[in-house]
Design a protein around this ligand. Structure first.
Ligand SMILES: C[S@@+](CC[C@H](N)C(=O)[O-])C[C@H]1O[C@@H](n2cnc3c(N)ncnc32)[C@H](O)[C@@H]1O
Length: 238
């Protein structure tokens, strides 16, 4: 066991967003690095670490023991927030899962949109589905940032209750990344991936695939425009 528990850049960014004294619930905690680190650094007043599966929760318990925080870390085996009460936390972290899974966890716990909870969300994939869910269900993204971790870019969001309508570009390319230094790379990666998907669909003879390709072309147009905006805002455009 190393002397210092070091967080990866992705978890480090989320940890830096947790307000001092927060009552934390880390959903899908796996190894529990984030709550353990926050407890070691005095960042939280209480912490619940939950996971759907016994294996990850076992890893969480082992880490809590190794770092001497077993008595303070409340470990729970449950699906999403089903085993966590609204009054038990003011900050919910859901990180390292697909955007659709994060959206399903929030949908099953409508109290997360009561305005008394800060949500720190970090989708590994399908971020656009999560942003769409948030804007349709009474949440707003108050901050979004990209983090580069072992060669991969991840979006991270601070979310609270509110009203927000996002454009197609914002749904796919980020709610507020115009000034993010990694924004251009994020957009380029999205554009290339979508161009590949459109090219694949273009070979299909199925009408639904062609319809899907048309939808993705609209997204591509929005992302190309967003990239121009990013370049303009960051002084790299013409
Ligand atoms: C890749 S790990 C992420 C661990 C950590 N949150 C991080 O960001 O590094 C995803 C974890 O989420 C858990 N998980 C997936 N769906 C879940 C759900 N509906 N409720 C609770 N945990 C879930 C998995 O069991 C797994 O341990």
């Amino acid at each position: 066991m190393a002397k210092h528990l070091e967080l990866t850049p992705r978890l480090g960014l989320l940890a830096s967003w947790v307000r001092p004294g927060a009552k934390l619930a880390d959903v899908g905690t796996d190894h529990a690095y984030l709550p353990v680190w926050l407890m070691l650094h005095g960042g939280v007043s209480s912490a619940i670490a939950s996971d759907l599966r016994p294996g990850p929760l076992h890893r969480a318990r082992e880490n809590a023991e190794a770092w001497g925080v077993t008595k303070r870390l409340d470990l729970r085996l449950c699906d999403g927030l089903s085993g966590v009460g609204p009054e038990e936390c003011d900050t919910v972290v859901i990180a390292g899962m697909g955007g659709e899974n994060i959206a399903a966890i929030l949908a099953a716990a409508p109290w997360t949109a009561d305005g008394r909870h800060t949500l720190l969300l970090q989708p590994q994939s399908r971020a656009e589905s999560l942003r769409q869910f948030l804007s349709d269900h009474g949440y707003q993204i108050v901050r979004e940032e990209l983090v580069l971790d072992r060669g991969t870019l991840y979006p991270a969001m601070e979310v609270t209750a509110g009203c927000q309508t996002l454009t197609v570009g914002q749904l796919w390319g980020g709610a507020c990344l115009t000034r993010d230094p990694l924004g251009d790379r994020y957009l380029i990666e999205k554009i290339l991936r979508l161009q590949g998907a459109v090219a694949g669909l273009a070979h299909s003879s199925r009408p639904e695939d062609r319809e899907k390709a048309d939808g993705l072309r609209d997204v591509l147009t929005a992302l190309l425009f967003m990239r121009e905006e990013w370049r303009h805002a960051n002084g790299t455009g013409n």
